[in-house]
Write a protein of this length. Structure first.
Ligand SMILES: Nc1ncnc2c1ncn2[C@@H]1O[C@H](COP(=O)(O)OP(=O)(O)OP(=O)(O)O)[C@@H](O)[C@H]1O
Ligand SMILES: [Mg+2]
Length: 142
């Protein structure tokens, strides 16, 4: 097998203890590309924000569902992670991605999650369908 050609799929209950599990799993895969400490920290932070969003927002008012995580590392050291849910979806993605926009101000959310993902990764794509769920795809070159 070519070094760095690896992938992982995880399905986890969308509950808060699994935020750290997802973060550590992402770091473990990314580590195979000999990244810098800073790159690992960036990936951990971004994955943590995406998974936390699923835990906090996706299944609001319904039974807690799952978070589906797919991660891939190619032979060029490009790390791709997808965080998907089958929850409520996002009505207006453009607005949701704006800094400081949150639908949960009462819970002391600052609305910075997507901005952090965008800053710490090389690319961020958000796809969502109201009532169907959300898929966040992030890429980082290591
Ligand atoms: N997976 C998701 N399912 C449903 N809604 C989401 C999801 N992810 C984000 N959102 C919506 O997008 C908004 C912005 O998300 P973002 O992560 O930027 O901020 P936040 O989660 O509200 O606050 P913070 O991340 O700073 O704690 C959220 O308030 C929520 O309405
Ligand atoms: Mg958030």
């Amino acid at each position: 097998m070519i070094k760095g050609n690896n992938s992982v799929k995880l399905t986890l209950p969308a509950i808060s203890i699994n935020e750290s599990y997802a973060r550590v799993a992402a770091a473990a895969l990314a580590a195979q590309a000999d990244p810098t400490i800073e790159q690992i920290a960036d990936i951990k932070t971004a994955v943590s924000e995406a998974v936390t969003n699923v835990i906090v927002h996706a299944y609001r008012g319904m039974p807690a569902g799952k978070v589906y995580i797919t991660m891939k590392l190619d032979e060029k050291g490009i790390f791709t992670v997808t965080v998907r849910d089958t929850g409520c979806g996002i009505e207006d993605i453009g607005r949701a991605r704006e800094p400081c926009f949150t639908t949960a101000p009462a819970e002391e959310r600052s609305g910075m999650g997507f901005s952090i993902m965008e800053t710490f990764m090389d690319s961020l794509r958000v796809r969502s369908r109201p009532g169907r769920g959300t898929t966040v795809t992030m890429i980082k070159r290591l």
